[in-house]
Every structure is written in C-alpha cells, then in structure tokens.
Design a protein around this ligand. Structure first.
Ligand SMILES: [Ca+2]
Ligand SMILES: [Ca+2]
Ligand SMILES: [Ca+2]
Length: 281
C-alpha cells in the first residue's frame, strides 16, 4: 500500500511538472528521472525513473534506476547525488541527459560524467525503446592509482505493476525481465558481478537494501532465474584507475528489443571516453 501511494505521488508530480527537468525523448521513446538523490545516503535513487516506449507515463515499465559508488576505505556504498560541494551539473536536451560531478562526494578523489542516450527502436510503433547509460569516472590524482567500485541498479515494474515479473539471465551480464507481452532488458557489459532480489526496503541481503544501507556490500551473482516477483537487480564494476586515468562503463535498458547498442554506438561511446581522457590530461 505504501508503495502504491508513492506511485500515485509520483504520477501527480509528473502531471504538475510536465516540462520539468529530467525527460529525454526520441520519437515515442521516453525516459525520465523524476528525482535524483540529494545526498550520498539518500534512498530516492531507488524510485527515481520512468521508461516507456509510448511517449509518456502511459506504458511505463520502470520504477527506478540509479548509480552508487564505493571509494577506498569507505564503510558503505554511496549514492551519486546532487549535494553541494561536488561541482554537480545536469542537462536534459532532446534524447541526451548529461550529469557530471567535478569532485564526487567532495572527496577530492574522482570526477564522473553520466550520459543517458535514448533511442526509439520502432519508428511510429509504440512498443520498442532503448536507453544507453555511459558512466565515465576519472582519477583526480596524477600520482596515485584509485580503486573504486561502481554499481548500477534497476527496478523494472513490467506492465506498470510491481508484481508478476519474471527474470532470466539471457547472456553474460544481460538480464531479461518480462510479463505478458512486454520483455525488458538490463545490460551491464564487463561487470564483475550482478545480483537480483525481490524488491524490499528491509530484507537483509536484498539488492535495494545493499545499495542504501550502512554496510559494505559486494554483489554475489545470485537470483536468476526468478519469478513471478517484484524485480530489482544491479551490476557491480571493480575498477582500478591509473593516476589521471579514466574508465568507462555502460548500463543498458530496453523495452521489447535488445539492450545491446549497435557496434557503431558502442564505438562512438568508447571514443567519447577517450576524448574525456585526453581533455583531462
Ligand atoms: Ca509487473
Ligand atoms: Ca551497502
Ligand atoms: Ca520491480
């Protein structure tokens, strides 16, 4: 019941702020961050997004998706956030969202740029859409390496309902989540680990809890296949950044089509990462 009330509140929020920040569109494909976390310990990233192939909240398949990180010596995972003191900025223009942090968590260790690119995969059709997230993190030190873990979390609610979803591992780091005529995907290429659990705010070990609690967690490659249930899942990348170096990771989301970007897109995205490295140096 609490969750239903939250959904109603989000829908009301959309109705009153149709042109607010946070939408990207391409044809009938539509993705929206309703809100992003305002602090590193916020839980709002878990209920932050909507994703539809039919141009609006109608046909919404997603409850939330967001990114967390763990820096050396940290005692928990932290949310990327809009908190002050990080040089944070965000733009949403056409089919591209760009969020950037010149100093993640004000720790003086890492900068980050997160880009979301949406594609309409079926022209006038209203059933297929794809979003590719590209996260580039850069070591701010020119003398010391930096070990950082990144986490990308997704909470699909296929058919717009929390219940009834079934999930399988389609291939390495590529989850399929479906109900009825809708098949979605969550892709985390080159991830070191993944995990799927039923949605929960309290169950120890549930992936949603692992992102936001005050404990260090590493994903354990469990939970697939599973269903019918209320799907939540995440990927983890363990990165070792050279002094002044960058790493790029991708997160793919799709409705009724593959979440794997075209090779040309992947190449362009990789090139974008290289450009970022050159600028940094
Ligand atoms: Ca469902
Ligand atoms: Ca945790
Ligand atoms: Ca779900």
């Amino acid at each position: 019941m609490l969750r239903k009330l939250l959904v109603v509140a989000l829908v009301l929020g959309m109705a009153s702020s149709v042109f607010a920040q946070g939408n990207i569109t391409a044809g009938n494909a539509w993705f929206r961050f309703t809100t992003i976390p305002t602090s590193s310990t916020s839980t709002t990233g878990t209920s932050s997004a909507h994703f539809s192939a039919s141009a609006s909240a109608s046909g919404d398949q997603m409850f939330g998706t967001w990114w967390w990180f763990r820096l050396p010596g940290a005692t928990r995972e932290s949310s990327f956030s809009s908190a002050a003191g990080q040089g944070f900025s965000q733009t949403y223009v056409g089919d591209i969202a760009t969020l950037s942090w010149t100093n993640v968590a004000g720790a003086g260790l890492m900068s980050a740029t997160l880009r979301y690119d949406i594609d309409d995969m079926d022209g006038a059709g209203t059933t297929m859409a794809r979003v590719t997230a590209t996260m580039v993190v850069t070591n701010l030190s020119t003398v010391a390496p930096l070990a950082v873990s990144l986490f990308n979390y997704a909470d699909y609610d296929v058919l717009g309902t929390a219940s009834g979803d079934s999930a399988v591992l389609l291939a390495t780091n590529r989850m399929g989540i479906s109900e009825g005529a809708i098949s979605t995907e969550f892709f985390g290429p080159n991830a070191n680990a993944w995990e799927v659990d039923p949605w929960s705010t309290t169950a120890a070990g549930a992936v949603r809890v692992r992102m936001v609690d005050a404990l260090v967690d590493n994903l354990d490659n469990t939970g697939l296949p599973q269903g019918p249930f209320d799907f939540t899942g995440a990927y983890q990348w363990n990165l070792n950044l050279a002094p002044g170096g960058s790493a790029t990771v991708y997160g793919g989301l799709s409705i009724n089509t593959s979440a794997i970007p075209e090779p040309t897109t992947m190449a362009l995205l990789a090139l974008g990462g290289l450009v970022a490295i050159r600028r940094r140096r």
